[in-house]
Design a protein around this ligand. Structure first.
Ligand code: HC0
Ligand code: SF4
Length: 575
């Protein structure tokens, strides 16, 4: 352990702890624009400078480890002046567009400019006029707002192993851009939005589609319906000052009706349908030996995009079951429309998702029009929904609880945990066990696949056969799992895993690129805890026991994997 003093207070931290992290022990948050708790330090911004007694230089707290006997001062008049001068330099190259920026009120640069009382009048400004990149229809890169902190690049290269973003040019011309200076849509980008979740400014934001939804809600020829994703219920409260993990499911149903949606569905219902299809697929492949193993989950659109671009040797391993968002869309425009006696051409389906890539998924292949229309019309991220609620003036938190619409609204505990890494696997195992044995899995919680380790493994006994499962989240973590499978294939050995779950974002959807800002592991764990609590609170915890799911199969789909189920609920992948 290292003993030192920060602001004349004793601190003791493990060797290698940065001054920035050590200062938290004495309740000092040293300001920084480039260091994010998920990422390694880059020392790019120069805001976190501090002084060590006796040293004549200011040192950067993010990348300097605290050493034995150091006496650190984190703020004095010189330090504050230097921080202010550095901010002025950054702002000299930044547009004055705060009022109309997607990050207005939530921008780390704006906050520091206010904290340090920067007056823009005295700053000479040199801002190049570069058009934004809107090529993906999911996220927008506004290069003029980039402060070259490098967070997005580290996220895209190290955390996601996608390498879509890079620093181009050198010296004062250095800029963030898609590698090779192409458009983001032409790059290997998988639209995960993790770059935007980690960007400190408005340089990378989701494509805002709130205006489209406002006008659809007003259009008398449209019947607007909505679905909410598993994780949104435990994160949206953060945008209204509530702690992460606060479950607002019933307030969301209420608020969405007040916004004008004619029916409020729950993506968790469709997560249960996805499990019924996917667990049936697994049992076909594992117990009846029809089809290749491992079976790999495919409900994360960034992961399917990445697989098609980078790991296409696994195409036949992918579950063909569509994601819950798409299943809900197609069931609303077929089964629900019939049952409710409404014209499906008038239904306008809005999905509230934690994810920027879901905006891409809705038009990924022609199967996303299986109802004869776009199964999902618009995707709003959690952040966009929060914006709409604020625009509406609805006092969201004061609303009475409400129930979802029947028939696509009820859900099991297995459906809700989809939003956490490992949740899809856990839900699938609960149902696959029942399909393979006819019995109920007694130990409903598969704890081996819970938590934030990048790769998690577990083993389940099904009729005396061992099912080996693996869960990876954060795209960089999938490499080692797939490599193990490839090595076994090459050596002609048995597959090391029978079932693999992959979610592109660290933590799964609760850490999605469209969630309220400020994500780190502490926040991820609290959001996840909110979902597991929801699971424990449900009377039904197995997808196949959801009574509305049973009804949809009885009335409409027939059996799992039936011809109709294939036609509506399954898709294809191509390299
Ligand atoms: Fe997810 Fe989903 S769990 S991808 O993470 O499978 O976005 O929350 O909606 O579709 O259900 C996201 C979250 C979903 C889907 C579900 C899956
Ligand atoms: Fe990289 Fe994801 Fe951002 Fe695309 S959306 S640039 S893949 S971090």
């Amino acid at each position: 352990m290292i003993k030192a003093r920060i602001n004349q207070l004793d601190v003791e931290v493990p060797e290698g702890t940065s001054i920035l992290d050590a200062a938290r022990q004495v309740h000092v948050k040293i300001p920084t624009l480039c260091k994010h708790r998920d990422l390694l330090p880059t020392a790019a911004c120069g805001i976190c400078i501090v002084r060590n007694k006796g040293g004549n230089k200011l040192i950067r707290a993010c990348c300097t480890p605290l050493e034995e006997g150091m006496e650190i001062t984190t703020h004095d008049s010189d330090i504050v002046d230097v921080r202010r001068a550095t901010l002025e330099l950054i702002l000299s190259n930044h547009p004055q567009a705060c009022l109309t920026c997607g990050r207005n009120g939530e921008c780390e640069l704006q906050t520091l400019a206010a904290d340090f009382n920067i007056s823009m009048e005295t700053i000479k400004r040199y801002v190049k006029d570069v058009p934004p990149d809107r090529s993906t229809n999911c996220i927008v890169l506004d290069f003029t707002k980039c402060i070259k902190c490098g967070r997005c690049i580290q996220v895209c290269q190290e955390m996601q192993n996608v390498w879509a973003l890079s620093f181009l040019d050198r010296g004062i011309n250095t800029r963030m851009a898609p590698a090779g200076d192409i458009t983001l849509a032409e790059s290997p980008c998988v639209k995960c939005g993790q770059c935007s979740a980690h960007c400190p400014t408005g340089a990378i934001v989701e494509k805002d589609e709130t205006a489209t939804v406002w006008s659809a809600l007003r259009d008398e020829d449209k019947i607007c319906v909505v679905q909410i994703a598993p994780s949104v219920r435990v994160t949206v409260g953060e945008a209204f000052g509530l702690p992460p993990g606060t479950n607002l499911t019933k307030k969301l149903y209420s608020a969405l009706r007040r916004l004008g949606f004619k029916a409020v569905f729950d993506t968790n219902f469709a997560a249960d349908v996805t499990i019924v299809e996917e667990a049936s697929e697994f049992v076909e492949r594992f117990a009846h030996k029809r089809g290749p193993l491992p079976l790999i989950t495919s409900c994360c659109p960034s992961w399917t995009d990445h697989m098609e671009k980078r790991h296409y040797d696994f195409i036949d391993n992918f579950s063909t079951a569509k994601s819950p968002q798409q299943m809900l869309g197609v069931l609303a425009k077929t089964y629900y429309a019939q049952k409710a006696g409404v014209d499906p051409s008038k239904l306008f389906m809005v999905s509230i998702m934690p994810c920027t890539a879901k905006k891409y998924e809705l038009s990924r292949t022609e199967e996303m029009h299986a109802s004869g229309f776009a199964d999902v019309d618009v995707v709003l991220t959690t952040r966009e929904l929060a914006r709409m609620l604020k625009q509406s003036g609805i006092e969201f938190l004061a609303l009475p609880d409400a129930e979802p619409d029947s028939i696509l609204g009820s859900y099991s505990g297995a459906g809700t945990i989809f939003g956490a890494t490992g949740g899809v696997m856990e839900a699938a195992v609960r149902t696959a066990y029942h399909y393979a044995t006819g019995k109920k899995l007694k130990n409903v919680e598969l704890t081996a696949v819970r938590g934030l380790a990048g790769v998690k493994e577990g083993e389940i006994d099904i009729n005396g056969a061992k099912v080996r499962v693996a869960v990876a989240h954060g795209l960089a973590n999938v490499e080692q799992v797939l490599e193990r499978v490839r090595e076994a294939r090459k050596a002609g050995k048995e597959t090391p895993y029978h079932f693999i779950e992959v979610m592109a974002c660290p933590g799964g959807c609760i850490g999605g690129g469209g969630q309220p800002y400020g994500v780190d592991n502490e926040r991820r764990m609290k959001r996840i805890a909110g979902l597991y609590q929801d699971d424990r609170d449900r009377t039904v915890r197995y997808s196949h026991e959801n009574p509305e799911v049973v009804q949809v199969y009885r009335d409409f789909l027939g059996k799992p994997l039936s011809g109709k189920a294939h036609e509506l609920l399954h898709t294809r992948y191509t390299a």
